[in-house]
Write a protein that binds this ligand. Structure first.
Ligand SMILES: [Ca+2]
Length: 136
């Protein structure tokens, strides 16, 4: 866990750097693909989102949300990722949706930098690292 100062343009630059972004997204995908079959199932996605703590920190949902509400929420997230409705998420779908999520976060951050506590391997942390490496 590290604390970084991040704003919307940091995140946008990261997403725009396709090679870097895809590499990070691919690593995240590999981590999430618990049974290594090359696609993400409903339960793999849910486990990953629970561990990212994205639900509490970005979607504004209270941690005391009833389980059935959470299941609905996770189902709707899954359906957003699963563009072709195949019942699994492949790497292309994952990259595309992560890009959308990151750009939505960038919009939310805007131009006023905020301080965030991030997991060392989170995509936002990698965005901050990329920016830092450019400024050296
Ligand atoms: Ca899998």
């Amino acid at each position: 866990m590290g604390v970084v100062i991040i704003d919307g343009s940091t995140v946008q630059d990261f997403v725009a750097d396709e090679e870097q972004f895809n590499k990070s997204a691919d690593e995240k995908f590999a981590e999430m693909d618990l049974n290594h079959d090359g696609v993400l199932s409903r339960s793999e996605l849910r486990k990953a989102f629970e561990s990212f703590r994205l639900i509490e920190s970005h979607f504004g949902v209270d941690v005391a949300t009833p389980p059935e509400e959470l299941t609905k929420l996770y189902d709707s997230i899954f359906e957003r990722f699963d563009c072709d409705k195949s019942g699994t998420i492949d790497l292309e779908e994952f990259r595309a949706e992560m890009k959308m999520i990151m750009l939505a976060i960038a919009d939310g951050l805007g131009s006023s930098p905020i301080q965030m506590a991030l997991d060392d391997n989170s995509l936002l942390q990698q965005a901050a690292d990329l920016e830092a490496s450019k400024n050296q």
